[in-house]
Design a protein around this ligand. Structure first.
Ligand code: HEC
Length: 149
């Protein structure tokens, strides 16, 4: 009886750990999706003409982006060792082998955002800002984001 309880207990612990790791992967992905929402859901859609230029929406997205970026280092501290189920993108295991290099890709994004604050007034200046910020997002994605499908 005790042995069965032990086996069941160990199995449950194993399932718990897998779920926790999936949760970590989801949290990391959600942080990126939040940034994607600002960049592609707001800036990108305005630039493509899918939604009208809206100064309040632009300012709110830039302010949100600035906050989200500061969360990258801590959100990517635990290694989930797995990808989000059925996801299009995953985190490379290289992140946890070169954590300081990974983190060195964050300040350039913050700097690019800070430099654009107060400068976005219309679609033309939004395009300049978008390109400058996107370039720094890509600076990390090229090394540490894996395309899964
Ligand atoms: C320091 C590294 C780093 C920086 C900087 C970074 N990202 Fe990411 N990003 C990642 C990693 C790692 C992933 C893969 C994780 C995942 O999607 O589960 C990712 C994935 C994404 C995804 C795909 C999410 C999905 O659907 O799976 C989007 C969108 C994204 N990032 C947007 C951005 C934007 C916009 C910026 C710049 C404002 C940015 N990221 C800056 C590391 C970074």
């Amino acid at each position: 009886m005790r042995r069965i309880a032990l086996v069941v207990g160990t199995m449950l612990l194993g399932i718990g750990a897998v779920m926790a790791q999936q949760e970590v992967a989801v949290q990391q992905q959600n942080l990126m999706k939040a940034q994607g929402k600002d960049m592609y859901g707001v800036f990108g859609k305005i630039l493509k003409g899918e939604i009208a230029y809206d100064q309040a929406a632009v300012d709110a997205a830039l302010a949100d982006l600035e906050v989200q970026v500061t969360k990258i280092a801590t959100t990517f501290t635990p290694n989930p060792k797995q990808n989000v189920k059925d996801a299009s993108f995953g985190a490379s295991q290289k992140i946890w082998q070169n954590k300081s290099d990974f983190e060195s890709k964050i300040p350039p994004v913050s700097k690019a955002i800070a430099e654009q604050k107060g400068k976005i007034k219309d679609s033309a200046s939004l395009k300049t800002a978008y390109d400058a910020i996107q370039d720094k997002c890509t600076g990390c994605h090229d090394d540490y984001r894996v395309k899964l499908k």
